[in-house]
Design a protein around this ligand. Structure first.
Ligand code: MCU
Length: 431
């Protein structure tokens, strides 16, 4: 039964609606295997992106677009999918389903990716740097190569240096987007760069999954990056449930920052600026830059899309432009989803840092970064479970919400340890 549980927990089948809540509980009960083997477990859910009334406060992550509230952990799978579709439709643009053909190679120095879909094809590659020791290794995809890569490797994970601009180029008008994503889906695709980049990350993971796992492990991938690449890492982790650890750094406006809160945070990058500086966000976001209350979602729910998988959100309170107060609000609101799923310790947040240099390698983040990699990618030790908010940039969640976090009846709240026996039995029996 133990072996069956492990297999079930690591490799849930896509779209098995009835048992997914049980699987989710089983995964939480296992030490680290909270990631999925599929990109989007709720892809089969019959949900729409829904139209919601204007709301100046944070939308309730637990209330469906039809107005009903979820009551069980199993309900989260399709409620999560509603948030996915709302976020695609209003904020980031569509992420196409897995392309018809993805092929490529993994070596100890390089990953190549070839994609064909809708009669068009494109390719890109990423370099690999292995840690010392014997593989196969987990890997952290580092956007633009900018992060504390020394600590990542010292913690036992490989670094995949991903150049997102090969997949979605900066500096183009919205009507002429370029890069491996747009070669397939069209230069006037309404999907923004952040989602195009996340598609690139997903295709890298496809290739790792198909590689047989002798160099890099397919079920232990993390993602990180700083600034615009932090925005990218955030979106990648939210929209691919195979990513076990999501670590955005100083991602700012258009990244983790709550959209509704940006206009109230002095000095932060205005939504209109984040929308126009580069085509990072999807074209549809253009109608919300002056009216974030009209958005059906906000970034606390995008954080919630990552739950119950590992998250470590890092922010810099010294640069007002980064809107760290609005970022803390997203982490606090998103942590409520983690709590409801019984995984409160899987999200960490840290903005209380000394050095104000944007994208600096910071001593404060070293230990929690190492612990996050070990827990979520190597399955050893404990999650850092820290929430260190800089006092100067502390958002007040209570004043931003009208909802309370539900106690979900089939394993939420306190499930992680207590229901393991039951769910192991059920899970093994039903799969
Ligand atoms: C925080 O990310 C961005 C920011 O949104 C931009 O306004 C600024 O120009 O660049 C930042 C960045 O990516 O810095 C590397």
């Amino acid at each position: 039964a133990a072996a069956t549980l492990t297999t079930t927990a690591l490799l849930p089948q896509a779209g098995a609606a009835g048992s997914s809540g049980v699987r989710a509980t089983a995964r939480l009960a296992s030490t680290a295997a909270v990631a999925s083997s599929v990109e989007d477990e709720g892809a089969d859910c019959a949900v729409s992106s829904g139209q919601t009334a204007s709301n100046s406060k944070l939308p309730d992550p637990f209330t469906r677009t039809d107005g009903t509230r979820i009551s069980t952990v199993s309900d989260w799978r399709c409620r999560r999918e509603e948030i996915v579709r709302q976020a695609e439709t209003s904020v980031y643009g569509q992420k196409p389903a897995r392309p018809a053909s993805v092929t490529g190679t993994v070596s100890s120095t390089n990953i190549t990716v070839n994609v064909s879909d809708q009669g068009r094809s494109s390719s890109f590659s990423a370099s690999v740097s292995l840690p010392s020791g014997t593989g196969p290794f987990p890997a952290v995809i580092v956007y633009g190569g900018i992060a504390d890569t020394a600590t990542i490797k010292a913690s036992g994970a490989a670094v995949i240096n991903f150049d997102p601009t090969a997949v979605g180029k900066e500096g183009t008008p919205r009507t002429n987007k370029q890069g491996a994503f747009y070669s397939i889906y069209g230069a006037n695709s309404s999907t923004g760069l952040l989602m195009a980049w996340s598609w690139g990350v997903s295709r890298i993971i496809d290739v790792i999954q198909q590689s047989g796992g002798s160099i890099l492990k397919a079920d232990a991938t993390g993602v990180t990056g700083c600034s615009r690449y932090g925005k990218g890492a955030f979106v990648a982790g939210a929209f691919d449930q195979r990513i076990a650890l999501t670590m955005p750094i100083e991602s700012g406006s258009g990244g983790t920052d709550v959209f509704r809160s940006i206009p109230t945070e002095s000095g932060s990058q205005p939504l209109s600026s984040a929308y126009s500086e580069q085509p990072w966000l999807g074209d549809a976001f253009g109608s919300f830059t002056g009216n974030p209350a009209g958005l059906p979602v906000d970034t606390h729910e995008v954080v919630g899309l990552i739950a119950p998988r590992g998250a470590f959100i890092m922010e810099n309170p010294h640069v007002d432009w980064l809107g760290a107060k609005s970022g803390s609000l997203a982490a606090l609101g998103g942590a409520e989803v983690y709590k409801a799923l019984g995984a409160g310790s899987n999200i960490s947040y840290w903005s209380d840092v000394q050095d104000g240099t944007h994208c600096a390698v910071r001593p404060e983040w070293k230990a929690p970064l190492q612990a996050s990699i070990q827990k979520f990618l190597l399955n050893t030790g404990n999650a850092p479970a820290v929430f260190k908010v800089a006092p100067s940039k502390a958002g007040d969640l209570a004043s931003w919400r009208t909802w309370q976090t539900p106690t979900l009846t089939d394993g939420g709240g306190t499930s992680a340890g207590t229901s393991a026996g039951t769910s192991a039995g059920t899970s093994a029996g039903t799969s």
